[in-house]
Design a protein around this ligand. Structure first.
Ligand code: ADP
Ligand code: MG
Length: 475
């Protein structure tokens, strides 16, 4: 039978076996008025992911069958759909530290001293000895990039000839470079597409479960998060879903988060967990932090989004704004001088409440993270907020105060305190330095005192002692 004929026959057979695939595509799912193709891409991606996984599983089965118990095996690695460096599915399960200690690691090979041989008389072994050399080469495979799979070779008494070792080394290096390239590509693509397939799936499930009615579009793409607008769906037994929701997706690309370590690493609430986590989990922790902080603020009655639900790195909260239009940031509205003054006093009070009742410092407070809605200011973006006794808590507070002071002083609010007065008013501390440098030095001294307390007593101060309650400012 000619190859051509064989192909045709196979095609016929396939068409006969799967006619419903075509039918389904034209079937009940798409109607004239419902040609919504927005989720098609996602569905296709989900199916593709599923297909790739099955394909790889099949490949592994074949690989196993062919290799059997044979000592020499061939690998189908290069034919896999999901290249090991593309896949991060294992990341969810494996913690960093679990892989640090490798119980299978072979003992270090004995080294040959400078003189070039060991032993005496007949038992002399030189560094050129084939067996010693082979073993050394095997052990040197450990120096390859961690993701380069060297199999059980290190554990066995395997002797690699120089030639084989050099070829492997070459291969390891080029794989390392390829991995770096792939990684770079991946980072780019997630940045462009805003959300990766896993996140899409999460969002899709939220709509599918009826919790959300529709996700209408993206409100903001920042360095660390993407925010979407959605119409709320049906209430569940224990939850009322607001009519409009904001969905904050914390980006799972890791680069931007590296320099934010300092906020969370020293936050005692997360301290025990930080060191044990892989980067993906750390990002979930940011989302978790935002949730906890919003809840504290809500309890204190500070105007802020209300938490609806947290799923992994996706936080759903109430939408500040109306009819899909988010409330403007304070930096984007022009307020009458009366409203400006009102906003100022409100923020002053909120900062005090935040500090005293919520035991929090916003740590990224500025006209960018305050929305003007319903004639008042709403605070958002609190994933980086920390407790005042965080090792840098007071410095963060001072920075917040500087932003707020400058904004309102420039905005013509004559009553606006300067940053040092504001800092004292919020914290109730009485730092008297009259210039910024000395003031900052005193802040750092206080932080150091707290750190010393931690060193000596194993716990931090519950609060910084102040000379009584901070003054209450009112209009
Ligand atoms: P980022 O860390 O990226 O700055 P934010 O929490 O500040 O994240 O959100 C980015 C933008 O998304 C905000 O400036 C605001 O315009 C919008 N936004 C965030 N949360 C809400 C919300 N609950 N309601 C309305 N708009 C929101
Ligand atoms: Mg922001």
């Amino acid at each position: 039978m000619s190859e051509q004929l064989a192909k045709e026959l196979q095609l016929e057979e396939e068409n006969a076996a799967f006619p419903e695939v075509v039918a389904a595509a034209e079937g009940p799912f798409i109607t004239g008025e419902n040609i919504d193709t927005s989720s098609d891409l996602m569905l296709a991606q989900m199916l593709q992911m599923e297909f790739d996984r099955e394909y790889d599983a099949q490949l592994r089965r074949e690989e196993k069958k062919i290799n059997g118990d044979s000592k020499v095996s061939i690998s189908f690695e290069n034919y896999r759909k999901v290249h090991p460096y593309d896949s991060d599915s294992s990341e969810d399960e494996v913690d960093w530290q679990d892989t640090r200690h490798d119980p299978y690691r072979a003992d270090k090979p004995t080294t040959t001293p400078k003189r070039g041989f060991i032993g005496k008389g007949k038992d002399i072994t030189t560094k050129h000895d084939e067996v010693v050399c082979g073993r050394k080469n095997t052990a040197r495979m450990e120096n390859f990039a961690p993701e380069f799979q060297v199999g059980d070779g290190i554990g066995m008494d395997l002797k690699l000839s120089n030639q084989v070792f050099n070829a492997l080394k070459q291969h390891a290096y080029s794989e390392e470079r390829r991995s770096a390239r792939l990684h770079e590509k991946k980072e780019h693509s997630t940045a462009e597409k805003a959300v990766d397939p896993k996140t899409r799936l999460l969002l899709y499930k939220m709509v599918n479960s009826g919790m959300l009615e529709t996700i209408t579009g993206c409100i903001s793409t920042g360095k660390e998060s993407v925010v979407f607008h959605a119409y709320g769906g049906n209430a569940t037994e224990d939850k009322v879903i607001p009519p409009e929701c904001a969905i904050k997706v914390f980006k799972t690309t890791l680069n931007e988060f590296k320099n934010r370590d300092k906020y969370i690493k020293d936050d005692y609430r997360f301290k025990d967990r930080f060191s044990k986590l892989n980067p993906r989990k750390i990002i979930r922790m940011w989302a978790e932090k935002e949730m906890h902080n919003l809840t504290r603020m809500q309890d204190a009655g500070i105007p802020c989004p209300q938490v609806v639900i947290l799923k992994k790195h996706v936080l759903v909260m109430s939408f500040i704004g109306q009819d899909q239009v988010p409330a403007p940031k304070l930096k984007d509205v022009t307020l009458s001088s009366e409203d400006m003054k009102k906003a100022y006093y409100q923020i002053l009070n909120m900062m005090q409440q935040l500090y005293r009742e919520c035991n929090l410092v916003h740590a990224d407070l500025s006209e960018y993270n305050m929305l003007w809605h319903d004639g008042k200011v709403w605070l958002i973006d609190v994933s980086q907020s920390v407790e005042p006794t965080h090792p840098h808590g007071l410095e963060f507070l001072f920075r917040d105060c500087r932003n707020v002071s400058q904004f309102f002083q420039k905005g013509g609010v004559a009553e606006a305190l300067n940053e040092r007065e504001l800092f004292n008013a919020v914290s109730g501390l009485n730092i008297t330095a009259d210039n910024e440098v000395d003031f900052q030095a005193e802040i750092e001294a206080l932080e150091k005192m707290n750190e010393d307390h931690v060193q000596n007593h194993g716990k931090k101060l519950s609060t910084f002692s102040s000379d009584g309650d901070p003054p209450i400012y009112d209009e």
